[in-house]
Design a protein around this ligand. Sequence first.
Ligand code: SF4
Length: 457
Amino acid sequence: MLTTEPDERNTADGARPACDAGPAVPRRVFLETYGCQMNVADSELVSGILRRAGYERTPDPSNADVLLVNTCAIRENAEERVLGRVSDLLRHKLERPGVQLGLLGCVATHQRERLLDRAPYLDVIVGPDGYRDLPDLLRRDDEPQLELRLDRGETYAGLAPDLAPGPRAFLTVMRGCDKFCTFCIVPFTRGRERSVPAAAVLEQVRAAVDAGKREVVFLGQTVNAYRADDVDFAELLRRTARVDGVERIRFTSPHPSDVSDGLIEVFASEPKVMPYLHLPLQSASNRILEAMRRDYTIEAYLRLLERVRAAVPGIAVSTDVIVGFPGEEERDFAETEAFLREARYDFAYLFKYSAREGTRAARIAETVSEERKRERLEGLIAVQERIGLELNRAYVGREVEILVEGPAKRPPAHAAGKTPTFKTTIFPTDDVRPGSLVRVRVEGATAHTLTGVAVAG
Ligand code: SF4
């Protein structure tokens, strides 16, 4: 499960000139993205496909010829929220005949029939495996065009995405998921696992470096299940580390069951593979893990965590936890809370359970009230905030290398970037250089941010 803010809205920007393949006057496309980092990367892929077909991006829906919303089914009430947004955009289509309105992504696959029924004005509805056909579908304007098949062969290998600005390139190396956790809709909306051939991944890595990127982040729903021919995920990381110009390598989101000895060895031996691992827990109760179909026990998870920390001293670890899964009793929750104290994660994405239509868990009656879920969540947040603060305070007095991402949101005249362990760090400077590596002495810490000063390097 990818775990960037699941409801962050990422509005298209970075208009590019049209290329030679398209019409003399490029058509403008407004592309808005909801959901996880994988969806953001899919929008970069769509942007590249459309640019090569003669479209240019616009951040302004009022001057767009095509309006696309790339949707996410992870969040509660996704369908309502998406329909709300497309009905906002509908006025552009009504005001300017010829404008096309389309829906991409997971909700398209998940809610196809209902969408056709409730939003018959949509011109295109395209699922995550149909983007290759988008230019062709947009050329036909007689009736709604659907491309919703899940295609086990589709990896989009060889189709370059339009990378977003900044020093970091997000590259999708595998798609789909075979795990079928009972609470998750992803295997139904994104289909089964398949990996981009290693040669195509490395080509994208080199293109990202040529475009000025210093860090690559490999993406996949279960990214460490990557396998293409004889190349597994550890070997892919090793080959990537040999690409000149790549300074940092990260990935998200791995599954605990697919963390191999080889992957731990790569963490320990490849300095370019950053010492930060996201290791989704979901629950520390074996009863609940089994009900979630998480295919590990808490004992096995703890042994894995200990092995990783022993092999890579100082590695930062984050996690995901869901509270209030159907059947979670007080003792189950107490086990999760105790485990959070014991595991001491650097940060954690903590969620209340809510049913996703179409999943197996949605057929199980809920047993935890909303109020109790909220209390459990608040309890875990308090535990995690305290641990996060303690771990961050341990950085005070140390020097860390920051990859600068850009100006800090606040205060003014500060740069923001990340440590190798993925801690956001800000420091004062009048000369913010995205992509530069700066040594910073840490002088302060909150549960989420380090502050410091640049030191000669
Ligand atoms: S089914 Fe499980 S492993 Fe697969 S994406 Fe969903 S949460 Fe992650």
